[in-house]
Structures are given as structure tokens and as C-alpha cells.
Design a protein around this ligand. Structure first.
Ligand code: PHE
Length: 331
């Protein structure tokens, strides 16, 4: 075998290799286990040939090694310049999640009342007729007691039709003074349409103390209405009826769309009805064992969906349940 010729050929191949991949091929061809050089080394019989072959091997190995290092450095340089990241380029805005509008309003209302020194108490969605009706002074035969209007689980248990049972539970468990709000889902046997849903949310409020008056109630609701609908809103209260309050009132806020001039949102009255309220009926105090001669109190119960619709002027509350992001992202 012509060792010199082989070495020349190998060095030429090394010099010609222009990438790390190519020099790898050269390495295998000239130094690999099946290369002519390695085969010859295995067969060698005399000292001279051994020395010559090993000298060639060392020369080729060194050439491969230094060429490999050179090519690796070149490739790294190319990548470092080619794959630059420009950290100053604008990126796509990261889309953050948000709270559902009803959750936002729920928290807003809670904040308003925490600021006034009220507590937030939990109620139960599965109630007994005792708390949902009896304690709230609903007479026998009241339509709300009928399975046509309310969702009963059995004779005694019903999905609460309002958050008002939380009043009875709170008063039964503690003595005045009581200042609490309770927010959550309520259930009624309604067919869904633009303004009805079998599940919706209410905020219940209750204040019981010595000397609480109707003026305290209207002042508190006034404060809440302005917090929800804007400081420049007018408020109005009209008489109404609920079994568990006497007198009962309904709260109105001046129409935020026409500012009282009359439009379709307020049905040309200039006023929008927000929800019910009243002074706690003495019959309720008697049910929970409070002395109605000593204590007076007020309560209110408003729908959060209704607040959302009025405030944001969308015509169909079913949007709140559809979870179409084009809708929910607006708030
Ligand atoms: N519970 C009544 C309703 O659902 C609202 C209300 C609550 C009225 C508290 C007066 C006092 O319509």
C-alpha cells in the first residue's frame, strides 16, 4: 500500500471538507474501523510499515481534528449572526382572561357594602320551605309555593327562589345589630327569554338594629345605585308589596340612556326599575325571635343580571350564559 499517497489523498479530503457533516464523512472514510488505513494496521507484520502507517494515522487524525474545530467554529459563528433575536420587536399581545360580568358586578356590590361595614354571608341554593317561604311570611297558597313556579326537590326542599332565606338564617343564628349582604344564584321555573332565566343572581341586603328607618333604607339604596350607575343618577322609590317587608318599595334609577327624557330603554318613563326592598315585616322578626318593639330593619333584593343589562345596555340576558367571547370580552 502506498502510505504517502493515502495520506495525501486524506489530507486533500480534509482540506476540501466544508462542513461538520462533510468532515465526519472524511473521518469515517480514512480513520474508521473499515478504512484502508485501519485494515492495513491490523494486518501489519513488520516494524517499518507499522511506523509509517501510524505516522500517517496521527497526521490524518490531527488534520481531521483541527479541521473539525475550524468548521465547528465557523458554523457557530454563522448561527450566532444568522439567528439573532431582536428583543425590541413588538410581539403579539398576550390575551388575558377576565372575570365574567356577573362576577364583576357581584364583587363591586360586595365592595360597596364592605366599605359600609357590612359582612358578606353565604346562603344555600338548596333551601327548605321553612326558610324559603314560612320564615318570610309567605301565606299558604301563595303562587311561589307552587311547583308551577318553583323548583322543588321534594315536599320540603326547594331550589331557593330568592336570596331572602339568608335573612332568616342570619337572624335566627345571631342577635342584632346585623349588617349583611348575601349574593348568589336563585332558581325559578321560568322559560328562558330575553328577560327571564330559570337561574339568575341576586344580592340580598339586611340591616337590623335599634332605630333603623325607611330613610336609612333609601339612603343606602341611593348610595348603591349611584355606585353602580353613576354619581349623577337620580333615584326614586315607589310603594310595592312583598310578604316579608312592610312597607315595601321598589327602587328606580333615572334612565342613563336618555337622562330622564324618555326612550325605549326606560319605556318612555325616564325611570328604570332596579329591584325590591322594604322594612322587615314584624312577622319575620317574630319568626326568628326578635322583639319587633325593640328592633327595626330593612332588606333589599336585586337581580344582578338586571343590573348588568341596564348598565351595559344589552337587550338579552341569555348572552350572559352563552359565553361567546365576542360578548364577554367587552366587559
Ligand atoms: N326577594 C324579593 C324578590 O326576589 C326581593 C326583596 C328582597 C324585596 C328583600 C324586599 C326585601 O323579588
Amino acid at each position: 500500500m502506498d502510505v504517502e499517497a493515502l495520506q495525501r489523498e486524506a489530507l486533500a479530503a480534509v482540506a476540501a471538507a466544508s462542513s461538520v457533516d462533510e468532515i465526519d464523512v472524511v473521518r469515517v472514510d480514512y480513520l474508521g474501523r473499515k478504512s484502508a488505513l485501519k485494515l492495513a494496521l491490523r494486518e501489519v507484520r513488520d516494524r517499518e510499515t507499522g511506523i509509517a502507517l501510524n505516522a500517517a494515522r496521527v497526521t490524518i487524525e490531527q488534520a481531521v481534528e483541527s479541521r473539525t474545530a475550524e468548521l465547528e467554529r465557523a458554523e457557530l459563528d454563522r448561527r450566532l449572526t444568522g439567528e439573532q433575536v431582536d428583543v425590541t420587536l413588538p410581539v403579539d399581545a398576550y390575551r388575558r382572561g377576565r372575570l365574567h360580568l356577573i362576577t364583576q358586578i357581584r364583587r363591586e356590590v360586595e365592595d360597596v357594602f364592605l366599605g359600609l361595614g357590612y359582612r358578606v354571608v353565604d346562603g344555600r341554593e338548596v333551601e327548605t320551605t321553612r326558610y324559603n317561604f314560612d320564615g318570610l311570611n309567605f301565606p299558604a297558597g301563595h303562587p311561589a309555593r307552587s311547583p308551577l313556579h318553583s323548583l322543588f326537590l321534594d315536599e320540603q326542599r326547594v331550589l331557593r327562589t330568592e336570596t331572602s332565606p339568608s335573612q332568616v338564617r342570619t337572624m335566627e343564628a345571631e342577635q342584632p345589630p346585623i349588617y349583611m349582604v348575601s349574593l348568589g344564584r336563585v332558581y325559578r321555573r321560568d322559560t328562558p327569554d330575553a328577560t327571564h332565566s330559570p337561574i339568575f343572581h341576586q344580592v340580598e341586603g339586611l340591616a337590623v338594629d335599634e332605630g333603623i328607618t325607611l330613610g336609612d333604607l333609601t339612603g343606602t339604596l341611593d348610595f348603591l345605585l349611584r355606585a353602580l350607575f353613576g354619581a349623577d343618577r337620580g333615584t326614586e322609590f315607589r310603594t310595592h308589596y312583598f310578604p316579608f317587608t312592610e312597607p315595601s318599595i321598589e327602587a328606580y334609577v333615572s334612565c342613563h340612556v336618555c337622562d330622564g327624557a324618555g326612550c325605549t330603554v326606560c319605556r318612555h318613563s325616564g325611570w328604570i326599575e332596579v329591584g325590591g326592598a322594604g322594612m322587615v315585616d314584624p312577622a319575620v322578626f317574630e319568626f326568628v325571635g326578635y322583639d319587633p318593639e325593640r328592633y327595626t330593619g330593612f332588606a333589599f333584593g336585586w337581580g344582578l343580571e338586571r343590573i348588568a343589562m341596564l348598565r351595559h345596555e344589552f337587550p338579552d340576558l341569555r348572552e350572559l350564559w352563552r359565553n361567546d367571547l365576542r360578548f364577554t370580552r367587552q366587559f
